[in-house]
Design a protein around this ligand. Sequence first.
Ligand SMILES: *[C@@H]1O[C@H](CO)[C@@H](O)[C@H](O)[C@H]1NC(C)=O
Length: 85
Amino acid sequence: MPVPWEALIPFGLLTVMFGAAGTLLNASTKGQNQGKPPRYHIDRWDEMMMKRDEQLTGHPRGQTSDPVAPPGFETRSTWYGERAP
Ligand SMILES: *[C@@H]1O[C@H](CO)[C@@H](O)[C@H](O)[C@H]1NC(C)=O
């Protein structure tokens, strides 16, 4: 009987390995983003807002409805100065 049952073993191995890798990548990405979906196409404005959120909450993806600015926040600007010519 020329049915290649032997091929099911590597097929199962490949399926399990790809599934494990994908699941671990998903869990790792979620962990880095506090359970939120990852952000794509981040521009300079988004980077500044994430830096502000990090200064207010301690994490770039952190959000709060009642922010209490830490001491020195008002003088710790997220705007970068232009380099003098
Ligand atoms: C993780 O998997 C879930 C379920 O398939 C999906 O909804 C979610 O977008 C995935 N998260 C990431 C960061 O890929």
